[in-house]
Design a protein around this ligand. Structure first.
Ligand code: 5GP
Length: 180
């Protein structure tokens, strides 16, 4: 794997695709164990745009009936969290009376995921689970339990596998880290 350049910054290889897919296998196995044989139809809430690749991979591995909806939120500007979570585009389905699994690419401060969990409960979801491919445990400072976590990473800015730097880099199957 080679370094990549996006806008004004260079990124070096960090997590190869094989390792990402393995982490998703593990998450899917845990989700399947919890929902197998369920009589309701849980809703997967994909947080746009970053979680598209992760949610698509995860869905292919789930062996119970589910619905897929999206919501667009944003808290990042460039390589920094702004601390304010903006609801850019409303949710594409009705979560009232439903069990929800939020699918997120990465949890950093946790502001996004906590705001989203509250939003889903306010809209009448009966249960909200949080599922994230990546977590920065050194930054996450909330008490809310993260139900499914694929991999923990240090506090660094990454791109690839859906994650962007000012809209570039989402298409790479591997994950890259900012090269300082
Ligand atoms: P939080 O609200 O937990 O601080 O941030 C979560 C959101 O910030 C993620 O959904 C993602 O969009 C963005 N984010 C956090 N860390 C990174 C990172 O290292 N790289 C990229 N590209 N986005 C990140």
């Amino acid at each position: 794997m080679e370094k990549i350049t996006l806008h004004d910054k260079t990124f070096k290889p960090f997590i190869p695709n094989g390792q990402i897919e393995k982490a998703i296998d593990d998450i899917a196995a845990r989700v399947n164990l919890d929902y197998e044989g369920c009589e309701d139809i849980p809703m997967l809430v994909c947080v746009l745009n970053g979680a598209v690749m992760f949610t698509a991979s995860l869905m292919k591995r789930l062996n119970f009936l589910s619905e897929f909806v999206t919501i667009k939120l944003s808290s990042y500007c460039g390589t920094k969290s702004t601390g304010t979570v903006l609801n850019i585009m409303g949710i594409t389905g009705d979560v009232r009376g439903r069990r929800v699994i939020i699918c997120e690419d990465i949890v950093d401060t946790g502001n996004t995921i906590i705001a989203l969990k509250e939003m889903m409960l306010d809209k009448g979801a009966t249960d909200v689970k949080i599922c994230t491919l990546l977590l920065k445990p050194d930054v996450y400072d909330k008490d809310v339990k993260l139900d499914y976590v694929g991999m923990e990473i240090p506090n660094a800015f990454i791109v690839g596998y859906g994650l962007d730097y000012d809209e570039l880099g989402r298409n790479y199957p591997d994950i890259y880290v900012l090269d300082r």
